[in-house]
Ligand binder design. Structure first.
Ligand code: IDC
Length: 345
């Protein structure tokens, strides 16, 4: 009798273990297709707008976009392919891809050759077409960095955004990020004056698109922007963090911007140090994500590459350019992948 009881407890436990999906190890399976039911992010949300401090869908409901940023397009053009974007959409559950086009580093748009410029424009065009086909949102990012003040290449930026906005005016899925990370002694007033020109330039071609403006000190000064925001509609402000470097004090800055009603978009973040490498801090990363989720702030993780650095999502030994398995992912990649998937399961 005693033995039978033990056996039945064992069988019951085994039954529960095998049948409860939460206990099962889920290797790289497609995302649950139930709610997605073949609806692409673009079909779900339609044209985006900014309402108060929120990004909203075509019916006015708040939307929190989640996505991945490329590394510099000139460095890693191979990841701009339809299968890669589809893997990210279907396996990772992302809704937006950010195209980081450096302006000054490594064949950057403003410092490279005319050939580089044409290649970059062609790559952006390919990426936008894939996003159109897959119903993904796409951010065209003017990635200033060592050129710390966006006014240095203001003319080139205006002509770039004019041609982009003209080309993509009919595309509901295209967002513009007009300057990645102002830094050095660049002030908010200087960024503002640059932003006003870009906003005017884009609006002449496209009255609706979401425009994201960088904020000083590598996009940490959203609180300063909140004290003197730009005029206009569908404008958002970038806030960036790297969880090993930026902790409570930086969360306070973000919280203060949110409390002031500023529409914030985390267009770049990492779970390692601000150098893009070094230690990974998962506890701090979770704190950040909890804060973003609480306020439905959109976020985009840096970076889709196999570079030998902690922020790269792929292992440096992985040469695949799409269809990655969980075992192909770096420590950052695994954390981001699991985090994105858990939210959807
Ligand atoms: C880093 C890349 C690195 C590259 C470097 C160029 O990860 O491979 O060599 O840029 O200077 C940012 C920037 C982003 C940085 C990233 C990590 O927007 O371009 O990428 N970072 O340093 N802001 C904070 C961190």
């Amino acid at each position: 009798m005693h033995f039978l009881k033990k056996i039945s407890i064992f069988l019951l436990a085994a039954f529960l273990f095998l049948t409860m999906p939460a206990f099962r190890l889920q290797p790289f399976q497609p995302m649950q297709q139930t709610t997605a039911a073949a609806k692409t992010p673009l079909e779900r949300y339609g044209r985006l707008n900014v309402s108060g401090s929120s990004l909203v869908d075509s019916s006015g409901n708040p939307v929190q976009l989640k996505g991945i940023s490329t590394h510099g397009l000139s460095w890693y053009p191979q990841y701009v392919n339809k299968k890669a974007f589809q893997t990210l959409r279907d396996q990772w559950g992302i809704e937006v891809i950010r195209l980081a086009m450096y302006t000054a580093e490594y064949n950057g748009y403003c410092t490279g050759s005319a050939k580089n410029r044409n290649e970059l424009k062609a790559l952006i065009d390919k990426a936008v077409q894939y996003c159109d086909q897959l119903g993904l949102y796409v951010i065209i990012d003017w990635h200033i960095l060592s050129d710390s003040n966006p006014n240095i290449y203001k003319k080139q930026a205006a002509s770039f955004f004019k041609s982009m906005a003209k080309k993509y005016a009919g595309h509901k899925n295209v967002l513009y990020e007009i300057c990645n990370e102002p830094n050095g002694d660049t002030t908010w007033n200087q960024v503002k004056s640059y932003a006003q020109t870009m906003i005017r330039t884009i609006r002449r071609q496209d009255p609706h698109a979401i425009i994201i403006t960088g904020t000083p000190t590598w996009c940490q000064d959203a609180d300063i922007a909140a004290a003197s925001p730009l005029k206009g509609s569908n404008l958002m402000y970038a806030f960036h963090f790297y969880a090993s470097t930026h902790t409570d004090d930086y969360r306070k800055k973000l919280q203060s911007a949110i409390d002031s009603g500023l529409p914030v978009f985390v267009s770049e973040f990492g779970i390692c140090e601000a150098s893009g490498s070094g230690t990974i801090n998962k506890a701090e990363a979770s704190r950040w994500i909890r804060l973003l989720d609480k306020h439905q702030v959109s976020y985009v993780a840096w970076n889709l590459s196999n570079k030998d650095e902690a922020s790269a999502l792929l292992k440096s030994s992985c040469t695949k350019t799409s269809g990655w398995k969980r075992s192909d992912l770096s420590e950052t990649g695994t954390w981001i992948y699991d985090m994105l998937r858990k939210r959807r399961l």
